[in-house]
Design a protein around this ligand. Sequence first.
Ligand code: GUN
Length: 296
Amino acid sequence: MTAQIIEGLPVADRLRADVATEVARLRAEHGLQPGLAVVLVGDDPASQAYVKSKGEQSKAAGMHSVTHLLPGDTTQETLEALVRDLAADPAIHGVLVQLPLPKHLDEKPVIELIGPDKDVDGLHVVNAGRLVAGLPALVACTPTGCLILLKATLGDLTGKHAVVVGRSLLVGKPIAQLLLAENCTVTMAHSRTVDLPGICRQADILVAAVGQPRMIRGDWIKPGACVIDVGINRVPFDNPEQAAAGKTKIVGDVNYKEALQVAGSITPVPKGVGPMTVAVLLHNTVLAAKRLAGVS
Ligand code: GUN
């Protein structure tokens, strides 16, 4: 038997439709139009595509949406001045600075300037701390999307052993906290973990967020486990002729073909976790707008 495929698109579509309904209500009943500002520095093609999609989808949901495209040689001072303006702009309720920034820029002071209330990425120390403390927080979009898919697939997660591979601030750390809050037993694994395959084999829920194409092999997976693949890696085509022609495709951190034979359920790449990220971003922006405006 092959694994159940966890499709992200229909779940993301439903969440986006709910967001659009809530935006329409806020506009009609409170004259409040949630506003999202997205900032991109440089011309990385993948980041450009993500940012374009964030702008289009926020507009489609009826939100106020602005996108700032800055050249790759933008200075720290210029970026900080823009973020300071957006943080003070009453029409903007969410500010997202697309990561990674070019190497000469430091993201930490930029995230501090966004402030916790407009930090729709959940990257500000106050939101990270609130998440750990179990207080209402803006939580990073991709981990929230993963949790929605997990609960839709498995229902109650209590008592399950979740192994999170990767410890980034954007994915690994917040997803571990979310799973802990769902009463999972959580193991955090990373590049220095000893016997990573053995640790992964213990997982009822395996979350892969390492950024290494097809790193997690089929025999690292416990039969019947639920596998959430957060990786988005661009690799040459398997077919040598197409690869020679420079053709590339997107694969996850999990060897999908192998995993399909072992796992109970698995998110595909693309169209698994990916579509959830922007839908949750819109949801977070509405949440931020309501909190900033004091509207329930
Ligand atoms: N780059 C890749 N994913 C994300 C995300 O969720 N937020 C930001 N700011 N940058 C990203």
